[in-house]
Design a binder for this molecule. Structure first.
Ligand SMILES: [Zn+2]
Length: 475
């Protein structure tokens, strides 16, 4: 009798723990769509897009929306707070202006708490225990120009000691006034990071920042480590093998490190890249899972059961990715053939008030890339790589370029078109099937480091593939 009771209660507590750990992430993942803020569908949004959404939350008694102060260029920075509990959680996103993924997820999180449905018990568990403060878009001036720094070109994440920027002061004052127990420092990282040395991108990376050079672990940091172990487990089924661990070298000027030092258990979450998700809408969903799971784990103190030593099992962030790798092609020089791989990236160039972009490719590496990976790869075994050519007929504008027949011209080796008017119809630029240069410009197509990637891959003089401004085209 005693035994079976013990067994029963053990079973009960195990299933309880199990369901607490596993069901919240799954529930969040499956239900995300119904809370997703529909007005934001791309990474490049601004304060003027965000502000009305935050002010609208004031209609809902769950939220208090407080202006905390103004950015250098006079944009209001808000604190969205909700929950009536004792444990204070401070989250802030976009201290780097062009890192918007967590802001999108934050809006989805607000929508979740704004609604009422069968998930009310989960809401109640969190709201009864926590006092949540979320500062979305701490750096609205940076967001305006889709750049990392603020209007002074200061990196806010190196301003935690000197506190020269109003945006940094706002965050510091809020933390001090709340004496926050937990902090979530929400960022985006390079899409070229991998989780360890494997081909998978570090779609999410974590860090429990150090609070001294010795990287000691006190109770404050230990809680952050445990929370990360739990969060890593929570998202592995959605992005298996795509979670990394950020370098924990102490950075005395950074906010995360200082938050930890000031007594707030701080988790850094970095959103990286994923295949076929250039606008990071899937990663936004994973962020939503992380935020909801994290809040629930703090509310129910489930993180305390997480084995802290598992933190070190998360593979470290490495940089092993390119946008495109062409492997094993033959390059001719002075009558000799050499086998090379070519690593190509496609950085974004802003236009249209930073709301749009096009790509200008760049050859990042030539040589042996056998231990590196590409989001896209081509094994060009036995193909000859030759530079593309500039089409001799100058085109009036992008509209004219769009009317050219790409396959025919590419087969003749023309990957680049000269254009008279590079300003009108700029929206067409990202859709063109040719690289474009201003009329009369000097650009000679070459297969060299730092140049744009324009070349053909030929088999016995027949073109099989072209790479046009870093984009692979089958001919
Ligand atoms: Zn950042």
């Amino acid at each position: 009798m005693k035994f079976s009771f013990l067994f029963f209660s053990l079973l009960l507590s195990l299933t309880d723990l199990f369901s607490q750990v596993t069901s919240v992430p799954l529930t969040a993942y499956q239900s995300h769509e119904q809370y997703q803020e529909a007005s934001i569908t791309h990474r490049r949004f601004k304060h003027s897009d965000l502000e009305p959404l935050l002010l609208k939350l004031r209609d809902n008694p769950t939220f208090t929306v407080t202006p905390l102060g103004k950015s250098i260029e006079d944009r209001t920075i808000y604190d969205v707070s909700f929950g009536t509990g004792e444990t204070t959680v401070l989250l802030w996103s976009q201290m780097h202006g062009d890192e918007t993924t967590a802001t999108m997820a934050g809006l989805d999180l607000f929508n979740f708490f704004a609604q009422s449905d069968e998930l009310d018990p989960l809401r109640k568990q969190i709201l009864d225990k926590l006092n949540i403060h979320f500062v979305p878009m701490l750096n609205p001036d940076g967001a305006e120009q889709f750049q990392r720094q603020n209007a002074l070109d200061i990196d806010l994440n190196r301003d935690a000691l000197r506190l020269q920027s109003p945006e940094s002061q706002i965050l510091k004052h809020l933390r001090d006034s709340l004496q926050a127990d937990f902090g979530f420092n929400l960022h985006d990282q390079s899409v070229y990071y991998t989780a360890g040395t494997n081909p998978k991108p570090a779609t999410i990376s974590f860090l429990a920042p150090a609070y001294n050079y010795e990287k000691e672990v006190n109770e404050v940091r230990n809680q952050a480590l445990q929370l990360i172990v739990l969060l890593n487990d929570a998202i592995q089924s959605f992005i298996p093998g795509q979670v990394g661990r950020y370098n924990d070298d102490f950075e005395p000027r950074a906010f995360g490190d200082n938050m930890q030092k000031w007594g707030t258990s701080t988790v850094l979450i970095e959103s990286g890249g994923d295949k076929n998700d250039p606008e990071k809408q899937q990663i936004r969903k994973v962020n939503f899972v992380l935020l909801l799971t994290g809040l629930h784990a703090i509310a129910k103190e489930i993180y305390r059961k997480a084995p802290v030593e598992n933190y070190l099992d998360i593979p470290e962030n490495e940089r092993y990715l390119y946008d495109l790798i062409i492997r094993n092609v033959q390059r001719e020089m002075n009558g000799q053939l050499y086998t090379i791989d070519v690593g190509i990236n496609r950085p974004e160039i802003d236009w249209d008030d930073y709301r749009q972009f096009y790509h200008l490719s760049r050859i990042q590496y030539i040589g042996d890339l056998s231990i590196y990976y590409g989001y896209q790869e081509l094994d060009g075994d036995d193909l000859l790589i030759v530079p593309g050519k500039v089409y001799p007929k100058v085109q009036q504008d992008f509209q004219a370029v769009a009317k050219l027949k790409p396959k025919r011209l590419l087969k003749q080796g023309y990957t680049i078109v000269q254009v008279k008017d590079m300003k009108s119809n700029e929206h067409l630029r990202s859709t063109l099937q040719f690289d474009v240069i201003p009329e009369g410009s000097e650009l000679e197509p070459e297969i060299l480091l730092g140049k744009r990637a324009n070349f053909l891959l030929k088999k016995r003089k027949k073109p099989k593939f072209a790479v046009v401004n870093g984009v692979l085209v089958e001919l």
